[in-house]
Design a protein around this ligand. Sequence first.
Ligand SMILES: [Zn+2]
Ligand SMILES: [Zn+2]
Length: 147
Amino acid sequence: MLQAMAEDDRRDATGGCLCGAVRFRIAFPTKWCAHCHCSMCRRAHGAAFVTFCGVPASQFTIERGADDLVRYDSSPQAWRRFCRKCGSTLTFEGERWADEVHVVLANVDDPIDRVPQAHCYFDGRVPWVEIADALPKLGGPSGNEPL
Ligand SMILES: [Zn+2]
Ligand SMILES: [Zn+2]
């Protein structure tokens, strides 16, 4: 109980890459949290899907290793940033979500202020992982439409 109250009092969360060169902080409240099953996220992370939390750009701070954070333009309108030393992909940003940073939840040290609320691009998911939760399954051209 005390622990739960302490967690509710937290105003932010820290995170970083695998080697520790890059460290960041996100200030709460976050805007959303969701799993992305799109093929580009899967490739970029070498994973079946990637869980992101969205935060206003003003609430995302690189605290260490900004020089080690490299930008990769994964499409003409969107880019991902990763640590050049260890390869951890830390963020996704794009013109479609101006002034918002999508932070990779797996690289955040502690639980944030919400839990994942949906699966996006679910119709593009891999067939070798079974998703059996009750979260909304979204997809279509935008990745965000009810299936
Ligand atoms: Zn690193
Ligand atoms: Zn994606």
